[in-house]
Design a protein around this ligand. Structure first.
Ligand SMILES: [Zn+2]
Length: 609
């Protein structure tokens, strides 16, 4: 609720954090399985909350700031900084953190709570226990006062509740205990809703209409007539005329890069307020909807914006690559091509789950990967690597229609790593990929002849939005290969050979444009091949996205796409597990085979023809 005023839409800041929880978006598992909540406070500082309300901050070197600079901004006793000289990463328990940060920390961790001017209704997370001690911690966080004593349980809204509370129980903290800061945030939120004095300007520009990959946009209408740009007291916006059958939700999915259902709902609220819409059901086709400009995907921005300029450069580069591509004359052999297949999740991290239907994302990803590997090895001369191995299944495709959660998948780093969550495992995947790439380069394979394909399924959009989507590395949203701390994300990275051999580097903007263009070209080919093979493709706006946008973070490129050191790299979301038809498809071994062969066919078109 409150988050909508806290949304940060800074398109100019490139995310480049060493410890990040960015891949959380691709997984529902971390929270559900372990009860550990991780979220970023600021670059270099991750908030970690373990059951039961054990909160600490993981601080690491980031953005060229020394650990001491980072620490002195969070420690309640800044003289303690001296203790941590020369360390790369430190975990600070909450009781040594400045009280003034508590509110922000609690808002980030418990962002699903219901906060209104009357009070804060907190839902105890699963696996947690809330007793007197925890209540005192909450009071300090919300009041900013370490000495405040109130009997929260006497409040009428908590009547009949007995301590300790457990997962799923709710507790109400009345606004009478709120700090002035929290009260002010809540009134600001109310004020924003009123401030809708609008001042229409002439449209600034029209958008180019022949983007190769947005032909799938709803009913193929001409984009330049669909979006107009303007500015009012609340800032720049684009207007869009709502068509029959469209909702604000579908408009957000189409023109922005929000993919998470809860996020899209939050953004819908922002857009509704911006347009003074109180009840969406009363909105008629033909209504002009204003969308804040900084929410739009790069390709929908007016020309003149830096992000749009880079998007246009990428587009030119795609055409350039197409022109210079030579057919090898050896169709469908993939000779001299290296394919690194990365099945998403595995180990304890099962990815997006459909427990009732017995479908687990990691098993689907792995099976498509096995089928792709088998096909490429039987029918082509490609050199195939898979980042993950299931010890019991090996690489045999599965004929199963339902799955149980087995945990014996290992990332093939040295020594092998059994994934516990999607964050650390993503880092180990690109470390492994880069070591394969270095080896193949020594064997005289140029990096342009290598590809990294991460295979996933999402369950983020609501059902009815379905089909294949491809993520590519947005040139404007990352820098290069990151330096990972020795310890981070609950993993000792330094024991892995691939970590020891990691070579951090910064790419030039031209290198990143070239990489986005190559990845985009492959993605376009994959989408076309899928359409030809009757695999459903995401049809609400572009099926190719160069960033993931979340309300909690700045826009980002997934870690495996930022850090894998070759130009062509994609993350494929084969289907939306929240959609019943997609769910039926992934359960079918024949469909999984078709998906794998579609990827193989796209590889041949991209590299051979
Ligand atoms: Zn996934």
């Amino acid at each position: 609720m409150l988050l909508e005023v806290r949304i940060r839409f800074n398109r100019f800041v490139v995310i480049f954090t060493t410890i990040s929880c960015i891949l959380l978006v691709l997984s529902f598992s971390t929270y559900a399985q372990t009860g550990i909540i991780r979220t970023e406070l600021q670059p270099g500082i991750t908030i970690v909350c373990r059951p039961s309300y054990q909160i600490f901050l993981e601080c690491s070197i980031s953005h060229g700031k020394s650990i001491n600079q980072t620490l002195s901004s969070v420690l309640s006793d800044p003289t303690e900084v001296q203790k941590y000289k020369n360390l790369r990463a430190v975990a600070i328990p909450l009781n040594r953190v400045r009280t003034s940060l508590y509110l922000q920390i609690f808002m980030l961790i418990f962002n699903q709570d219901n906060i209104t001017p009357e009070g804060w209704k907190h839902t105890v997370p699963q696996g947690y226990r809330l007793d007197d001690n925890e209540i005192n911690l909450w009071i300090i966080a919300l009041s900013g006062d370490t000495t405040k004593k109130v009997d929260i349980m006497k409040h009428p809204k908590n009547s009949g509740k007995k301590l300790p509370l457990s997962g799923g129980n709710q507790i109400f903290f009345p606004s009478s205990i709120f700090s002035p800061e929290l009260k002010e945030q809540l009134t600001k939120k109310a004020r924003t809703a009123e401030e809708t004095e609008q001042n229409l300007l002439e449209p600034m520009d029209a958008i180019d209409e022949d983007w190769g990959d947005i032909k799938t946009s709803t009913n193929g209408t001409v984009l330049s007539k669909e979006l107009q740009y303007g500015k009012d007291t609340l800032g720049e916006y684009a207007t869009y005329k709502l068509k029959a059958g469209e909702t604000i939700y579908s408009v957000i999915v189409r023109f922005t890069d929000y993919t998470d259902h809860a996020d899209i709902l939050k953004v819908c609220e922002v857009v509704k307020k911006r347009n003074k819409i109180s009840n969406e059901r009363t909105v008629k086709p033909g209504t002009m909807i204003k969308i804040p400009l900084d929410m739009l995907s790069d390709i929908y921005l007016p020309s003149g914006k830096e992000e749009r300029r880079i998007a246009d450069e990428v587009k030119k580069e795609v055409e350039q690559i197409k022109r210079t591509k030579k057919t090898t004359g050896t169709t469908n052999t993939l000779k001299g091509v290296v394919v690194i297949i990365d099945p998403g999740h595995g180990g304890r991290d099962h990815g997006a789950p459909r427990y009732k239907e017995k479908i687990l994302e990691d098993e689907i990803n792995y099976d498509i990967a096995c089928r792709l590997k088998e096909y490429l090895e039987q029918k082509t001369q490609a050199r195939v690597y898979v980042t993950l191995k299931d010890e019991s299944q090996n690489y045999t495709p599965s004929m199963n229609k339902t799955f149980t959660h087995d945990t014996d998948e290992y990332i093939l780093v040295t020594p092998p790593h059994n994934p516990q969550d999607s964050v650390s495992s993503a880092h180990l995947r690109w470390l492994l990929a880069n070591s394969i790439i270095r080896k193949e380069e020594k064997a005289k394979i140029p990096r342009e002849k290598m590809i990294f394909i991460s295979i996933h399924c999402d369950a983020t959009y609501k059902s009815s939005i379905r089909g294949l989507m491809v993520y590519i590395p947005g040139a404007n949203y990352y820098r290069g290969i990151e330096k990972l701390p020795k310890f981070g994300d609950d993993v000792n990275y330094s024991i892995y050979k691939e970590w020891q051999e990691n070579q951090p580097k910064t790419y030039t903007i031209n290198e990143r444009i070239n990489s986005e263009a190559r990845s985009r070209l492959f993605a376009q080919i994959l989408i076309k091949t899928a359409q030809k093979n009757h695999i459903t493709v995401h049809s609400n706006g572009s099926a190719i996205r160069n960033i993931i946008r979340r309300t909690k973070y700045n826009a980002y490129v997934p870690a495996v796409l930022r850090n894998t050191d070759i130009p062509t790299k994609v993350l494929v979301e084969c289907a939306n597990l929240a959609d019943p038809s997609d769910l039926q498809n992934v359960a079918d071994p024949k469909w999984r085979q078709k998906m794998a062969e579609t990827i193989a066919e796209a590889l041949s078109t991209y590299f051979d023809n």
